[in-house]
Ligand binder design. Structure first.
Ligand code: PLP
Length: 440
């Protein structure tokens, strides 16, 4: 299986080359050159989530150096459950993706990529240096996934003082091969520094740099697995397709669901729940594609004004009418997020994080006839305990903290201050470049 750039300006690459590169050299995103076909019968009945992931991803890695290790990689990536839980009398279910080490769905993709990259580093060569800029919520999943992977070092850059205390804890509690840099600047400064590092001749000569951001194919594909597993479970139980409402920002999670349907999984409707960043819903309603600056909302991990995965969606559906038929979208503002968290706690005893609440709100707005036509699933992207300061005042009680998060909060932390200049980052990275390849 080969991968091409959505922009058509760089050569096709293998599966593992796409994982190592992240972005294509022409600035595009990697997509398969041809599509595998899978039917429900291709999946062993009673298969576990890692087994379903293995069956689903195998054709995407066909012929690749990682193919033989794929069973181990999916077992490593999906080593925590993704249960489908009915929501009281509401008439839909919730797919809980928050049982991983940092209590959000990004743990699946980050762990798959980490397990893959660790196997692509021959012993004895200099370590792979992963650079990540984070505004707070996503860097933790990457840090956790790469912690103590042999042959890999991670530098996480976050804006000092601009992330919540809980987020900072999750970025700075790792140590070993993971360094956390508190940049004296904004998130944009962090991103600018990472981009500058990738094109800096001295750094490129001395280090093997890579990124682990969410557009990497290795983060996208494993996200198709839990949508597939859910669709198979519903299909076998009810004999009808599952339809999904997905809290969306950069469209990575939703695109994985769309790919799962495209290869043949029994998936019906796919509805994108966006916060007040309405670029995608406006486009789907027929307005011109109009990227904008992101606006801050309660569902901050979805604050994306220019979702890069739209390129992949357009590559799959070059005709606008076909794209419009494939997905629908809705906008949920902060006031509606707040009301939904309060209402569903009162009605069903469920506590949503602000991101999941956008999907619950879209579900609540759905006309009864459309609701009755499908087995509906809302996707819970994070545990509410990650957003206690928002959620607790709305429900009037404490959110129970899952054991995984509690463990993170017991770990000692360390961070290194960093001036927002490339020179400072260069010195910090090179100072330890030739020590510590394999962490203890
Ligand atoms: C990243 C994230 C999202 C948005 O997912 P995309 O793949 O960017 O669309 C939604 N909810 C949470 C909790 C997230 O961390």
């Amino acid at each position: 299986m080969q991968y091409r750039s959505t922009r058509g300006g760089s050569p096709a690459v293998t599966f593992s080359e796409a994982l190592l590169a992240g972005l294509a050299p022409d600035g595009g995103l990697y997509v398969p050159t041809e599509w595998p076909r899978l039917a429900p019968e291709d999946f062993v009945s009673g298969a576990s989530l890692p087994e379903i992931a293995h069956t689903l991803i195998s054709p995407f890695a066909a012929g690749d150096v990682l193919a033989a290790a794929l069973g181990d990689i999916t077992a490593d990536a999906c080593n925590f459950p993704a249960p489908l839980v009915p929501v009281g009398e509401a008439g839909y279910s919730v797919l809980e993706l928050f049982h991983g080490p940092t209590a959000a769905f990004k743990d699946f993709g980050a762990r798959f990529l980490a397990a893959s990259l660790a196997r692509l580093r021959p012993a004895g060569v200099r370590p792979l240096e992963i650079l990540v800029a984070t505004s707070g919520d996503t860097g933790g999943a990457v840090a956790a996934a790469f912690h103590r992977r042999p042959g890999i070092r991670v530098a996480v850059l976050f804006p000092e003082g601009l992330v919540s205390p809980a987020q900072e804890q999750q970025l700075t509690c790792w140590g070993d091969n993971v360094r956390a840099f508190a940049v004296q600047g904004s998130f944009d400064d962090c991103q600018r520094l990472v981009k500058a590092a990738f094109v800096d001749p001295a750094l490129r000569r001395e280090l093997d740099l890579s990124s682990a951001n969410s557009i990497n194919l290795g983060r996208l594909l494993p996200q198709a697995a839990y949508h597939a597993a859910t669709a198979l479970a519903v299909w076998r139980r009810e004999g009808r397709p599952a339809s999904f409402v997905i809290p969306s920002g950069n469209l990575g999670n939703a695109l994985a669901c769309i790919w799962a349907r495209h290869v043949g999984l029994p998936i019906g409707e796919i509805v994108l729940a966006h916060n007040a960043n309405r670029t995608v819903p406006d486009y789907l309603s027929g307005q011109p594609w109009q990227p904008r600056r992101s606006i801050a909302t309660l569902a901050s991990a979805m604050d994306v004004g220019d979702p890069s995965n739209m390129e992949r969606l357009q590559a799959l559906y070059p005709q606008f009418a076909t794209l419009q038929a494939a997905v629908t979208g809705d906008v949920v503002d902060d006031a509606a997020i707040r009301r939904r968290i309060t209402a569903d706690h009162a009605a069903y005893g469920r506590i949503w994080c602000p991101h999941t609440a956008t999907a619950a709100e879209v579900m609540a707005r759905m006309p009864a006839a459309r609701k009755a036509g499908s087995a509906w699933v809302i996707v819970a992207t994070a545990h509410p305990a990650k957003f206690r300061e928002i959620v607790e005042p709305l429900i009037g009680c404490a959110v129970p903290i899952p054991a995984s998060l509690a463990r993170l909060h017991e770990r000692p932390t360390s961070k290194e201050p960093l001036a927002p200049q490339l020179d400072a980052l260069r010195r910090a990275l090179l100072a330890t470049a030739h020590t510590a390849g394999a962490p203890t």
